[in-house]
Design a protein around this ligand. Structure first.
Ligand code: SF4
Length: 315
């Protein structure tokens, strides 16, 4: 069993993983590269993924009108008053952070690391969330080059392995596209993190567990497990308000997540077990606002049932 799994946490938490490498707390600095998304600008669709908020799921990021350097420095200044002794992850979450020409990508990411100088010595990781259809060999090679000096994580939003649901939520790419992008990232030894969402319309517990089993076969490095949020001003909000569909209860979510963790091998780092929607934008389910309660319930259930990450994984 992975030595980062213990009696209290029956899975590999991101916090414990980072502490084991950097021996300090590592904080995310959420930056906004002012990217667009092909699923919103009309290239693929104008609707976006049905659940995606106005800010492209980057509701906590820095001010997109400021240069990245300035966003970083502003946020770090505030953080250092509270936690002076940490390291940082420069985190690009909002929209699709490789959706531009290589030249324009360089203009953004060079502000963090330009091949010679790091913006701040405490930055240990550059984390980039994107779509699999917005990666090509030229871009991945560029990121792999950064990765030689500064660890690069690439986050891909799969959400579900089921094509029927992917079409329903207007994800706008196929499983095949996802697998090709993942293979390309692995070819260049980049760290891969995959997002999945529980509670998508019409999906059963079996469907959600299948998604976890599927991602487990792909050799990914990390996973973010989210509960579906119905957020204001999203296409999903209109659908839900016109005709509410069932959402998972906290108990159901805990049951599904504990099962999913059992199917994930113990080398996969668990980056998230619940989402983080701003209170004023969340329509439902309200239990997701109590993030610590959700995590506690998952931990308690795993301890009670003696479930550990990787228990049911075929290695
Ligand atoms: S790909 Fe990401 S940013 Fe684009 S619509 Fe979907 S969730 Fe939003």
């Amino acid at each position: 069993m992975n030595s980062l799994i213990n009696d209290e946490k029956h899975y590999v938490t991101l916090n414990n993983y980072l502490k084991s490498i950097y021996h300090k707390k590592v904080f995310k600095i959420a930056l906004n590269g002012n990217f667009s998304c092909p699923n919103r600008d009309g290239t693929i669709s104008k609707i976006g993924c049905l659940f995606c908020s106005k800010e492209g799921s980057g509701d906590y990021a820095g001010n997109k009108n400021l240069p990245i350097k300035e966003q970083f420095n502003q946020i770090v200044k505030l953080m250092e008053t509270k936690w002076p002794d940490g390291y940082y992850i420069a985190y690009f979450q909002a929209n699709t952070n490789t959706y531009d020409t290589l030249e324009n990508l360089k203009k953004r990411y060079d502000q963090i690391y330009d091949g010679k100088t790091l913006l701040n010595d405490k930055i240990k990781i550059l984390s980039i969330a994107t779509r699999p259809d917005c990666l090509n060999e030229e871009i991945v090679k560029y990121l792999a080059n950064i990765n030689k000096t500064l660890t690069v994580w690439i986050e891909l939003g799969l959400q579900t392995m089921h094509e029927k649901t992917a079409i329903l939520i207007n994800r706008g790419y196929t499983k095949e596209t996802f697998e090709k992008a993942l293979a390309l990232l692995k070819k260049y030894h980049l760290t891969t993190i995959v997002h999945i969402i529980n509670g998508l319309p019409n999906e059963t517990k079996t469907d959600m567990i299948q998604t976890a089993k599927y991602v487990n076969t792909l050799g990914i490095d990390g996973i973010k497990i989210h509960m579906l949020h119905i957020m204001k001003n999203t296409p999903l909000a209109s659908i839900y308000q016109n005709k509410p569909f069932p959402l998972l209860s906290l108990d159901e979510y805990v049951d599904i997540v504990t099962n999913q963790l059992a199917y994930l091998n113990d080398q996969i780092v668990i980056h998230r077990l619940t989402g983080d929607a701003p209170k004023d934008l969340l329509i439902a389910p309200s239990w997701t606002l109590k993030k610590f309660v959700v995590i506690n319930e998952i931990d308690k259930a795993m301890r009670k049932k003696q479930i550990y990450q990787g228990d049911l994984c075929l290695k």
